[in-house]
Design a protein around this ligand. Structure first.
Ligand SMILES: Cc1ncc(COP(=O)(O)O)c(C=O)c1O
Length: 433
C-alpha cells in the first residue's frame, strides 16, 4: 500500500466513520502477527496495547486461526436454532478456569452487552432494582452499561437520564485516595462512602448487585486494595446483594492469574468476561452459579449472534493455547520484571508519580510537581514511543496514565526493548520540554 493510499485511508476514515469513534493512531495496518504490527508504509511496531487487552496471545495466534477456519468451513451461525458443540465445549472450559461456583453461562458479543446481561440477571434473580457501581469504573457504552461507567463524565454527556437506581461510590484508587489517606495508614475509610449510600439513598434490601472491576481498567490501571474487596464481598453476602466482578479487561491471564478475582480469593456471584476470550473475535460471557442462572427463565434474555460458533471455537483454542504456552505464568514473570524496572525509573524521574499493577496490566501515572495530572507529558512520551516503534495508549480521566498491556506471550527481551524505548522517550521529551 503506497503512501497516497495510506493518506486516503485515513482521510476516508474521517469521511465515512463517525468521529464519535476515536482511533488512537493513524497507523494503517498491513499485517499483524504476534506482538508485531506491520504498517502500510512498511514500518514494524511492537503492539503494547494488545488491541485494548484483547489479543492476549498476540495477533493471529496459529491455533486460534486454525480452529476458527475449521469452524468456518463447518457452519458459521446458529442463531439459537440448532444445538452445536463449540459453545458447550467453551462453557465446559470456562467452568474449569473461572472461580469456583461459576458454572453456567450466557454468551453475547461485547463487554458492554455482557454487563447489560449481568444487570438484568441480578435484577431478575433478586427482584430488586438498585445497582451499586464505582466512580472511576468503566463498564461499556450501551445505555445500561454506561449508567455504571463513571470513569469520565464526558462518556455520559448528553445521554441523561440514564438507568434509575444506580448509585456510585468512589473506587478505592489509592494514589488519589478518595479520603486523602496514604496506603501506609489506610483502614479502608473510603468504604464509608458505600455504607453512607446504603444508609441515606437506598436500603441494602433494594440493591440487586454491586459491580466492580477488581483492577480499575480504563479509569486508571489501579488494583483495588485486598481489604476493600474483602469488605465489599462480605457486605454484599450479608445483604443478599450479588457481587458482580467485571473481568472484561482483567480476564484470561492479563493480571498474571486466569482472573483477577484469584488475587483476592474472591468468589463472585456473577462474572463478566469479554475482550481476550476469543483472541479478537467478538464474544463475551456472563457466568454465574447454577442457582442464580437456573432462575433466569426462558426468554428472559436472548441474542441472535451471541455465542457465535466461530467465536466459540476460537475461544476454546485461545484457552488451550494460553494453557499450553504457559502464558499466564509468563505474564506474571515478565510483569514482575517490568514493574521492577518501572519502579526504579520512577525513582529517577520526577514526572512519574506512581507505578502500579498486576501481571501485564501496569500503569505509569505522569504528574506535575504538585501531583496534578500531566497529560501533555504523556502525550509526548507516547508519540516518542510510536516514532521508535512501540505502540502504547493512555488511560485515566485525565489521560495521564500510560498502560503497559502487551500480549501475555511477550518475551523478556521484547519487554526490555519496549522499556528502553519508553525511558528514552521520557528523557528525550524532557530535553525538548
Ligand atoms: C472493564 C470493562 N468492562 C466493560 C467494557 C466494555 O467492553 P466493550 O468495549 O467490548 O463493550 C470494557 C472495555 O474497555 C472494560 O474495560
Amino acid at each position: 500500500m503506497g503512501i497516497k493510499r495510506k493518506k486516503n485511508l485515513v482521510k476516508d476514515t474521517k469521511r465515512l466513520i463517525t468521529p464519535a469513534l476515536v482511533f488512537h493512531t493513524d497507523i494503517v495496518v498491513k499485517k499483524a502477527r504476534g506482538i508485531y504490527v506491520e504498517s502500510a508504509g512498511g514500518k514494524r511496531y511492537m503492539d503494547f496495547t494488545s488491541g485494548l487487552a484483547t489479543t492476549n496471545l498476540g495477533h493471529c495466534p496459529p491455533p486460534v486461526v486454525a480452529a476458527a477456519k475449521r469452524q468456518l468451513e463447518r457452519f458459521i451461525h446458529s442463531g439459537c436454532i440448532f444445538r452445536y458443540d463449540s459453545v458447550i465445549e467453551l462453557a465446559q472450559r470456562l467452568r474449569e478456569k473461572t472461580p469456583e461456583g461459576i458454572e453456567m453461562f450466557f454468551f453475547s458479543n461485547s463487554g458492554a452487552e455482557a454487563v447489560e446481561g449481568a444487570i438484568k440477571l441480578a435484577r431478575f434473580y433478586t427482584k430488586r432494582q438498585g445497582v451499586i457501581a464505582f466512580t472511576g469504573g468503566f463498564h461499556g457504552r450501551t445505555l445500561g452499561a454506561l449508567t455504571l461507567t463513571a470513569s469520565s463524565a464526558r462518556y455520559r454527556r448528553n445521554y441523561h437520564p440514564l438507568l434509575p437506581s444506580v448509585f456510585h461510590a468512589p473506587y478505592p484508587y489509592c494514589y488519589r485516595c478518595p479520603v486523602g489517606n496514604r496506603p501506609e495508614s489506610c483502614s479502608t475509610e473510603c468504604f464509608g462512602f458505600l455504607e453512607w449510600t446504603l444508609e441515606h439513598l437506598i436500603t441494602p434490601e433494594e440493591v440487586a448487585c454491586v459491580v466492580i472491576e477488581p483492577v480499575l481498567g480504563e479509569g486508571g490501571y489501579a488494583p483495588a486494595p485486598l481489604k476493600y474487596l474483602k469488605k465489599l464481598r462480605e457486605l454484599s453476602a450479608r445483604h443478599g446483594i450479588l457481587f458482580v466482578a467485571d473481568e472484561v479487561q482483567t480476564g484470561f491471564g492479563r493480571t498474571g492469574r486466569w482472573f483477577a478475582c484469584e488475587h483476592y480469593g474472591i468468589k463472585p456471584d456473577i462474572m463478566v468476561m469479554a475482550k481476550a476470550i476469543a483472541s479478537g473475535l467478538p464474544l463475551s460471557a456472563v457466568g454465574s452459579t447454577r442457582k442464580i442462572m437456573e432462575r433466569w427463565s426462558p426468554g428472559a434474555h436472548g441474542t441472535t449472534f451471541g455465542g457465535n460458533p466461530v467465536s466459540c471455537a476460537a475461544a476454546c483454542a485461545t484457552i488451550d493455547a494460553i494453557e499450553k504456552m504457559g502464558a499466564v505464568e509468563n505474564a506474571r514473570k515478565v510483569g514482575e520484571y517490568a514493574l521492577g524496572r518501572l519502579t526504579a525509573l520512577k525513582g529517577r524521574c520526577r514526572q512519574i508519580g506512581d507505578v502500579r499493577g498486576l501481571g501485564l496490566m501496569l500503569g505509569v501515572e505522569f504528574v506535575k510537581e504538585d501531583k496534578t495530572p500531566d497529560a501533555e507529558v504523556l502525550k509526548n512520551v507516547l508519540r516518542g514511543c510510536e516514532d521508535r516503534g512501540v505502540i502504547m495508549v493512555e488511560c485515566g480521566k485525565y489521560k495521564n496514565i500510560a498502560r503497559f498491556m502487551p500480549p501475555l506471550t511477550v518475551k523478556k527481551g521484547e519487554m526490555e526493548k519496549a522499556l528502553d524505548i519508553f525511558e528514552e522517550s521520557i528523557v528525550r521529551q524532557r530535553k525538548t520540554d
